[in-house]
Design a protein around this ligand. Sequence first.
Ligand code: SF4
Length: 326
Amino acid sequence: MHPFAYTRAFDTRDALDAARRGGRYLAGGTTLVDLMREGVERPDTLVDISNLPLDDIRATERGGLRIGALVTMAQAAAHPKVRTLYPVISQALELSASAQLRNMATIGGNIMQRTRCTYFRDVTAACNKRDLGSGCAARDGFNRSHALLGTSRTCVATHPSDVAVAFAALDASVHLLGPDDERVLGFADFLLPPGTTPQREQALLPGELITAVEIPALPRPLESGYLKVRDRQSYEFALTSAAVALHVRGGIIREAKVAAGGVGTVPWRLPAVEDHLIGERPSGALWEAAANKAADGARPLAHNTFKVELLKRTVERQLRTVGGHA
Ligand code: SF4
């Protein structure tokens, strides 16, 4: 492993100062330390931020919910407000990783995690995300798990997070603290599709620290849930997944929030599906017709064509589960 220095930050100012000197933030370490062992990440200095006071979950004055960046996945999944108000978040977290990892990994780290593309983690393979300009071994290699949506000539890797799919569906925002300022980014602006710069995965400025993820106030009642389809039932990444939230009043769908995972280079919101649902009465036929639009714009690779149909079926099944009329 590349030698590195280790320092611990005791407040956010400490952390920002250390980052300004080139340090990389370390929280649960469940992704970063793995990648350091594999030689993919080679930071010179780690700044341990696990003592910062960013580990609370609280209601906001605006009627939403703020989840601190250092709340662990397990804590967020078990929190009563998350479980009752946003089951889609709890379910996405509980279907992720393993119990041991969920006890260590944080919400901030989860949305920062890097792709599981095997070529990215193999330092002998060509990978634009790891080494811009070297090529993309996945394009002509084994790409069964790769993306259909949001791909570019440079990279076709999926974003691996489950809870990021739920956050995208719920219009969450990410709170950031920089050396000079605080700012808030919508989730859709926080994670970046590869374009011509696949090495840049988040819209973070140098040294910026994630402080929280905020779920906005949403209409009630809101039924929601997460479905993950994978090759085995635990400790596996999604082939496809669907986060669905529906607000039905007077028998009519007033709001529909639908996003997919395992298929996009970032969590993939499905506006065509949502548009098909809003203003309609829930029915089995409606779920099927809406889900048929889930793969609009998909560009399958040699080995992942099966995901087109799988995505439609995943979305349809989760619409039935959340919306009824199974
Ligand atoms: Fe690298 Fe992206 Fe290609 Fe995977 S898909 S090898 S991460 S450039």
